[in-house]
Design a protein around this ligand. Structure first.
Ligand code: GUN
Length: 295
């Protein structure tokens, strides 16, 4: 019988732990963590994510500020705002919600954020530090997955982990983190992507599969060996007449087919998703404490 990795419940536990830390900070008269988010335009998914981040901040007692711009803002204006927040001692962490409008160079904006405030962990300095094992902000989705693996005490040492997808935000960091000399880690990692040949053969030899390619129900039973651990990072929104919102979320894994073969599996929704926001909160707490970049 497989076990569900309950991201929703785990995220609630982590939020309680963070809230307890905030109470301690308050008692000691320390700095309350403060996250700023810049949101450009009116992309539906981005609005939802930023609202979720605001709500999570208030749930644990953090301050949060959302700075909104119409999608007519120039790159220069956006960069000036980032520079201003970089210097603001009140704000500990800054995220610029992606995607940005076409006329703005996303990479340029990411690189404008001070690494010490880059709680998304997207700045090349944080990515580079993570790669060589220096203290760094680890981006929220991979950090959330590591937290789930740890809290469910899933063995990783010597295991063959197959990561499907090579994005900068998930696949690439995940593959590096799981091969680190630590727990979770010490895996033998294979990264698969859109040009991989004989993918099913490779995934069938995996002890752990991280599906992060963004194709609904891509991973099917024939691609998974008995006893595997399956982590589903997919969130494809599809129209549904069965939900109140008119939308439902599909993962990259065909859950009904795959789950019976697994020892552990994450559902969608309620798996990796809820963990990403708490990872951002944890990074913001680290930022407020100046733990990664002592000044
Ligand atoms: N867009 C989709 N995911 C993310 C994220 O984790 N951070 C930011 N800033 N934008 C995103």
């Amino acid at each position: 019988m497989y076990r569900i990795i309950d991201g929703k419940a785990t995220a609630a536990t982590v939020r309680e732990e963070i809230a307890a830390e905030v109470n301690k900070i308050k008692e000691q008269g320390g700095k309350i963590p403060h996250l700023a988010a810049i949101l450009v335009g009116h992309d539906g998914a981005s609005e939802t994510y930023v609202a979720g981040k605001e709500k999570a901040c208030s749930a644990v007692g953090f301050y949060s500020t959302v700075i909104r711009y119409e999608d007519t803002i120039t790159e220069h204006e956006l960069l000036e705002k980032v520079a201003e927040i970089n210097k603001d001692p009140e704000i500990d962490g800054l995220i610029v919600q992606l995607p940005l409008p076409q006329h703005i160079n996303e990479q340029k904006v990411i690189e404008a954020i001070r690494p010490a405030k880059d709680v998304d962990g997207f700045h090349p300095v944080n990515v580079g530090r993570m790669v060589i094992g220096l203290p760094a902000y680890i981006s929220a989705t991979p950090a959330g997955i590591l937290e789930l693996i740890e809290r469910y005490r899933i063995p990783t040492e010597g295991k063959h982990c197959v990561v499907i997808g090579r994005s900068n935000i998930v696949g690439k960091p995940m593959s590096i983190l799981l091969s680190r000399k630590s727990y979770p880690g010490n895996c033998t990692v294979t990264v698969c992507h859109s040009r991989t040949q004989h993918l099913a053969e490779i995934t069938r030899s995996a002890d752990i599969i991280v599906a992060a390619l963004g194709k609904a129900k891509f991973l099917t039973a024939g691609m998974v060996k008995d006893g595997a651990v399956v982590i589903d990072v997919g969130i494809t929104r599809v129209k549904s007449d069965k939900t109140k919102s008119g939308w439902k979320l599909l993962g990259d894994v065909d859950f009904e087919q795959v789950a019976p073969k697994c020892t552990y599996i994450t559902p969608v929704p309620g798996g990796v998703g809820p963990m990403t926001i708490v990872s951002l909160l944890k990074n913001t707490l680290l930022a407020a404490r100046r733990e990664i970049y002592p000044s």
